[in-house]
Structures are given as structure tokens and as C-alpha cells.
Design a protein around this ligand. Sequence first.
Ligand code: 13P
Length: 264
Amino acid sequence: MPTRKPFVGGNWKMNQHGAEAVALAEAVAKKFTATDKVDVAVFPAFPYLAPVGQALAKAGSGIKLGAQDFYVEPNGAFTGEVSLSMLKDVGVKVVLVGHSERRHVIGETDVLINRKVRAALDGGFEVILCVGEKLEQREAGMTDCVNMAQTLYGLGGVKPEQMARITIAYEPVWAIGTGKNATPIDAQSAHWRIRDAVKYGVFTGGEKGESIGNAVRIQYGGSVKGSNAAELFAQPDVDGGLIGGASLKADEFVAILDAAAKKQ
Ligand code: 13P
């Protein structure tokens, strides 16, 4: 069984303006330096990517710069959109795709999400593909079905050699921003089935499918805090987290990173 290095992302969503965003990045970079133990990325809003990236570089931090979104086409008449090469220009290394707010608030489809995953991989980026069931789907007993289907759609056509740049984030929609996190057992159970979808669905089993599935990192997201991170990260298939609200406070985010650093 491969050892998977924990990976924690701070998704700032539509929060933090100019100086606050830079100060937050500086504080996290100063307080957490163990990027040899945990991969870390922060995802500021578009206007602050460049200054946050500069602050991280100036601090000599191993924290990666991430973008919350992008458009699939390389350039052209797409008013309001931002291309992958523009993100590359400002130092972005990792992108989010399929976040529940983009699926369910903005209306992105599985087809667009798959195009985005493949465009970002072809452009040399790391990708965090987010999946997760809504409350009514969980109550109808469809949790694994939804997560596995979103994983299969999202990763369709991805080449085996690109999988090292994929992370999956399991974010149950009912747990996002609600203060109600999945129990560690529920998270483990969902992660295990998502890993199976990679092993036997995206790739068709055998030694290759199993080794790709065993190597892919699966983050948990949804009301992770300093106080519950350790028990979630202690689960064997939980390889870190994607953090919203708690990533806006340096001390709280660093407490989560410290918990990830302790995962064996
Ligand atoms: P919260 O941590 O605020 O629940 O948000 C999770 C999330 O959506 C991260 O992408």
C-alpha cells in the first residue's frame, strides 16, 4: 500500500479582499513550514492571485497557489472568463474543478466538469476534482452512487500517467458551511467507495487500476475545523482536507495543517 502524502487546501471562496488576502497568506506561510510533510495550497479569488502568489514566493513558502475556477477554451470571445494560460502566468499550480457551489449554484454539468479536468491536466496543472452528495441523495441511500458517478464522469478520458496530478475532494453538500461534518466513519466509507470507482471504474482493475486507485489522494471537505481535523484525517482513506470557512483564519487553518502533519 503506498504512503500518500496528506494534502490540505484552503478554499477562500468569494472572501478576503486585497490586503487581508495577502496578510492571511503571509501568516499561514510563517506559521506552517512543514510542507515536506503536508502538501498545502490556497485558493484566493481571481483579483488577488498575483499578490498572494508574490507573498508566498517572498516568504519562501512551499505553499502552492491555487485557482477556484477557469474556462476550458484557450482564448477568445468568452466575456468574463479566465483561461488556464492566464492562471499559469500568475503562478497558479493547482485548480479546483466540480466544487459543489459551481455544480449546484452556478449550474456546471458533469460534461463541462470533465472538459475542465482534461483541459487543466493537458495544461500541466494539478487538479482537485470535487464530488459529493446532496442531503436528499444521502437520505435516499444514494451517497456512494452519486460520488462514484461524479468520479467516473469527472475522470473519463484521463490518462493513467496524468493521475499523479489528480486529487479528489469528497465534500458532502450538506456538510459545507453548515457546521455539520460527516462522521469519520461516514467519510471513510465514502472515500473507500470513491477509491474503488477509480480502481475498477475509471481504470479497469488489474494491477494498474489498483495501483492508481491506491495512490490517488482523497481529501475530505465540509465543516473541517482545528477541533475535528485529527479524527477525520486518522481514517485510512482520508488523505487531508479541503477547507472553506476555517481556512480564513490563519490559526485555525494552521491547526488543521498540524493535524495533517501528524497523520502517519
Ligand atoms: P466549509 O469548510 O466552510 O464547510 O467549506 C468546505 C468547502 O466547500 C471547501 O471547498
